[in-house]
Design a protein around this ligand. Structure first.
Ligand code: TTP
Ligand code: MG
Ligand code: MG
Length: 374
């Protein structure tokens, strides 16, 4: 079978039962028990869904995205914990930093997932040793487990990760695609949802191998250009590069006035202007933010910064209003002002469809829901 990009080596890393694993780390007494992270189950009457659960809870049939009331029916004795997104995001940042220490290019694709380009290590054996180092370092520094897949492209690497979890490394070399990937169901391919899988089934196509062996013009007649893409993928072909971006720590603008200013209206207007520029950069680079910081320097160089953390947002109004509110105590006219600045930090990247912001948008709960026996 022809795999054209045999010269690339791509790794895919995904943390194991991520939110629940971070919760277990915080409360080691939970280890070995079913743990569900998500909405408040309210003794089976709760609304909202399961974010994730550990492998013990999965044995009861609980899954991400399932109504929390259903999870309660399946396993009322589980520990039910609210989503503590800040803690998971901090862990995610540490994990991605570890990955960046080892791989030349790292593309984070979700809170617990990244692709790495390991072409420059030169061989699959060396890539495996590199993956082992990364897994070990995440375990040592974060006390969390991950799974890593290694393959000739993103598609095959991700399929490899999913093949063996938790705490596993799986390699699929180009000449193993036929043996390891073809027996899998078509649903494993990117973009093949339940509906497309159903249509393919009607055409007698169930496995990735069936798809690879199908006539490409027949697939295109049925599914349009998607048919062509699925056929390519089924043959293990995926040219998408690993695209790295470095998460900026903050976005800020400041201005030093030519002449010190004592006019509150003018300062407020300038804060609005600076907020607009910060906001534009955040939107252009797909970031929401949680923390707004104001910086003020008086004519005698006395400098103050004040921060406020708000609900995650990408609203200009919220940014500007928060900056102006933070500035109020300084606009008494007591001293002239030399410099003002506005900063947005605690940035959260909006990952297309299922953005981190959406996870955050789930109602936050204040308390945890550990049953008494935990
Ligand atoms: P996943 O990597 O899909 O799942 P997981 O890490 O919990 O488990 P696995 O071992 O199978 O990889 O998602 C990462 C995190 O994203 C997950 O811990 C919680 C969150 N998440 C949701 O909040 N809602 C969802 O529907 C999914 C799929 C994930
Ligand atoms: Mg995961
Ligand atoms: Mg994931």
């Amino acid at each position: 079978m022809a795999v054209q990009q045999a010269d690339r080596i791509i790794m895919h890393l995904d943390m194991d039962y991520f939110f629940a694993a971070v919760e277990e780390r915080r409360r080691p007494e939970l280890k070995g028990r079913p743990v569900v992270v998500g909405a408040d189950p309210k003794e089976g009457k709760g609304r909202g869904v399961v974010s994730t659960c550990n492998y013990e809870a999965r044995k009861f049939g609980i899954r991400s995205g399932m109504p929390i009331s259903r999870a309660w029916q399946l396993c009322p004795q589980a520990a039910y914990l609210p989503v503590d997104f800040t803690m998971y995001r901090d862990a995610s940042e540490e994990i991605m930093n570890t990955a960046r220490k080892h791989a030349r290019k790292v593309e984070q694709v979700s809170i617990d997932e990244a692709y790495m380009d390991a072409t420059d290590v030169g061989s699959y054996d060396k890539a495996l040793r590199l993956a082992e180092r990364i897994r070990q370092e995440i375990r040592d520094s974060q006390n969390l487990t991950c799974s890593i897949g290694i393959g000739p492209n993103k598609l095959v690497a991700k399929i490899a990760t999913d093949m063996k979890k938790p705490d596993a490394i799986t390699t699929i070399k180009p000449d193993e695609v036929r043996q390891k990937v073809w027996p899998l169901s078509v649903g494993k391919l990117l973009g093949v949802g339940k509906k497309t899988a159903g249509r393919l089934r009607e055409m007698g196509i169930r496995t990735i191998g069936d798809l690879a062996a199908s006539d490409v013009s027949m697939l295109m007649a049925e599914l349009g250009t998607m048919g062509y893409e699925f056929h390519q993928m089924a043959n293990g072909m995926d040219e998408r590069p690993v695209e790295e971006y470095w998460e900026p720590k903050s976005i800020s603008r400041e201005v030093t006035f030519e002449k010190d200013v004592n006019d509150a209206n003018m300062l407020t207007e300038m804060l609005g202007q600076l907020s607009r520029e910060v906001h534009k950069e955040a939107i252009d680079s797909s970031y929401s933010f949680r923390t707004v910081t104001l910086k003020i320097r008086f004519s005698d160089f006395e400098t103050h910064t004040k921060s406020r953390t708000i609900n995650i947002t990408n609203s200009y109004e919220l940014l500007a209003e928060t900056a102006k509110e933070l500035a109020k105590p300084f606009l008494t006219g007591r001293k002239a002002i030399r410099l003002v600045g506005v900063k947005a930090s605690n940035l959260v990247y909006n990952y297309g469809q299922k953005s981190v912001g959406e996870f955050m948008a789930q109602p936050q709960q204040e308390t945890s829901h550990l049953p008494d026996n935990f």
